[in-house]
Design a protein. Structure first.
Length: 570
């Protein structure tokens, strides 16, 4: 009894945080069956409406102390929040579902769904852990259909992470299951997914093991030809187009670039005609690669930029699309466009650094195929040459202008500079005096027109972070802050930009400079420190970076500020 009361109160408290201003309370009086129908209606057409329905479902179940429907409601919420890309909330609800599971079947469903949420968030290590756990729980049971579904997820992720041979065994096991099913192929989509995965994995193995290249490509083509035929017979044109795209990729890996382009062109026309927009990024990448291999670099750049634009627009950036950037860098290099060659190579390096060790290992064939180490040396040389030329040019200009300025305007310039600094100094003191006398206003961004409850949590965390002055920590990276306030760096970055109109680095820098201004004004001992020591106290790596940030923020250097403060105190 006490446990049930505690759960009710706790759930209502959490619900108020998660569902604030997102629930249509009129839905609570609707029956569970009607809410399920509404959920199905909005699941793929309007996720925000679907969220209101699932929140109402969960709230209704908690208020009525209906354990079965509370579990179902938490699962539906996990699905919707995952689809919305709000993984923190998705994990919250799926953890409730797992903790309330009363049978093995429900528990496995929860574990598998948690793996899916991690997979969608590109947390591949955690995803494979939960997929494998769900697989192990079912492998010795009669739940063959569910086992095949989980097995397919394990296989896809293992293939993407470079464990191709392991993935192959899962795909083969699944194919045998679907082929020997007692019913007349009732799992058509899963069957097609298995054929696609099998063909794609064989194609990737052809690059992993060049000595067996043709053997693996033959196997890839056999599975692909079968998929093309059967998906067309089933009139599943979206799946057919995936097989058609893979057909072009297999031809490309064989070196049949004309046939590859023919199939990729056909697949692109299908995708546009039938609105299969999710297929376009891969098509653009491989069409661009096809032109690159034919040394048609201008055409290659056109399609690779389309691929990059589509990734950005649809948030499709993942470790497996890094090839786009190295292809762009090499294409621009071939076109003697050094600036863009450097730009896209640096972007490739940036994305590569975001990968965990497993994904880096899976990307080794990219390093080998495009001779990344040698190309990196060339990029560094191009960048150094460009920098030296730019520095030389700028030096000559600065010398000429400097001499003229010294001869004609030196005294006037100095006088105006001092006056400007004094004006800035007085403005800073006036602002500090006003700020110290006035209580800080509440953040207007928390007006709660916000629908995403994660933003409120992040803003509250940032307030505590600022209050504790953790921004003075020397290694105050975005990962450090995200960990301190219990979120991830993507959510933190978006919240800072939308609610504080700042990027992360600017946010931390402004906090440190504001602290420096106040501390130097009020603490005579602190003013006695040299600039290097002050910079270290504030978390800056060097005195130069501190002085530059201080000047950018205030219009004067810290040495001038300290000097004039000391004059006032005399």
């Amino acid at each position: 009894m006490i446990k049930n009361i505690f759960f009710l109160l706790f759930s209502l408290f959490i619900f108020q945080t998660i569902a604030a201003q997102q629930t249509d309370d009129s839905l609570i009086d609707v029956s569970y069956d009607s809410l399920k129908s509404l959920y199905k209606q909005y699941r793929f057409s309007d996720l925000e409406k679907a969220k209101k329905v699932t929140i109402a479902y969960y709230k209704k179940a908690v208020l009525e102390k209906n354990d079965h429907e509370t579990s179902r409601g938490s699962f539906l919420n996990a699905i919707v929040y995952d689809a919305l890309g709000q993984q923190d909330s998705a994990h919250y609800f799926i953890d409730i579902y797992i903790s309330r599971s009363t049978d093995a079947n429900s528990y496995v469903n929860g574990i598998y769904k948690k793996g899916v949420i991690y997979h969608n968030a590109k947390a591949y290590k955690e995803a494979i852990e939960y997929y494998s756990k769900a697989y192990d729980l079912l492998k010795n049971t009669d739940e063959k259909v569910k086992l095949a579904k989980i097995s397919n997820s394990v296989a896809i992720l293992k293939s993407d992470l470079g464990y191709r041979k392991q993935a192959l065994e899962y795909f083969k096991e699944n194919l045998t299951f679907y082929e020997t099913s007692s019913e007349s192929n009732p799992y058509k989509l899963s069957y097609f997914n298995t054929l696609l995965g099998l063909s794609d994995t064989y194609a990737k193995l052809s690059e992993d093991f060049p000595a067996l290249r043709n053997v693996y490509l033959d196997s890839a083509e056999i599975a692909n030809t079968r998929g093309l035929k059967e998906s067309l017979e089933a009139n599943d044109l979206e799946v057919y187009n995936l097989f058609l795209t893979l057909k072009g990729i297999i031809h490309q890996k064989r070196g049949n670039l004309i046939d590859a382009l023919t199939h990729l062109d056909s697949a692109e026309q299908y995708a546009k005609k039938l609105s299969f927009h999710k297929q376009l990024p891969v098509l653009y990448l491989y069409k661009g690669k096809n032109f690159f291999l034919k040394e048609h670099y201008k055409n290659a750049v056109t399609y690779l930029l389309k691929a990059d634009s589509t990734y950005q627009k649809e948030a499709k950036i993942s470790p497996f699309f890094e090839e786009t950037y190295i292809l762009l860098a090499k294409s621009y290099d071939a076109l003697n466009d050094q600036k863009n060659a450097v730009k896209y190579y640096r972007r490739f390096e940036e994305k590569d650094k975001e990968n965990d060790q497993r994904v880096r290992e899976a990307s080794e064939n990219v390093y080998t195929q495009y001779d990344i180490p040698s190309f990196k040396n060339k990029i560094n040389q191009l960048e150094n040459q460009s920098n030296k030329q730019e520095q030389l040019s700028q030096t000559l200009i600065y010398i000429s202008l400097g001499l003229l300025a010294l001869l004609a305007l030196g005294f006037v310039f100095y006088r105006n500079k001092v006056q400007k600094y004094k004006k800035s100094f007085n403005a800073i003191l006036a602002t500090l005096n006003t700020t110290e006398k006035t209580a800080p206003e509440e953040d207007s961004s928390q007006s709660y027109t916000i629908k995403d409850e994660n933003i409120a949590k992040i803003l509250q965390g940032l307030a505590k972070f600022e209050e504790k002055k953790l921004f003075l920590h020397k290694n105050c990276t975005i990962n450090f802050v995200a960990k301190k306030i219990h979120t991830n760096k993507t959510y933190l970055s978006r919240t800072l930009q939308s609610h504080k109109q700042k990027k992360f680095v600017q946010y931390i820098t402004d906090l440190r400079i504001d602290y420096a201004l106040s501390q130097l004004k009020n603490d005579a001992t602190f003013r006695k420190y040299d600039i290097k020591s002050i910079a270290a106290e504030l978390g800056f790596n060097t005195s130069e970076s501190f002085s530059k940030a201080f000047k950018k923020r205030t219009g004067i250097y810290p040495s001038f500020y300290i000097k004039n403060l000391n004059k006032l105190k005399e």
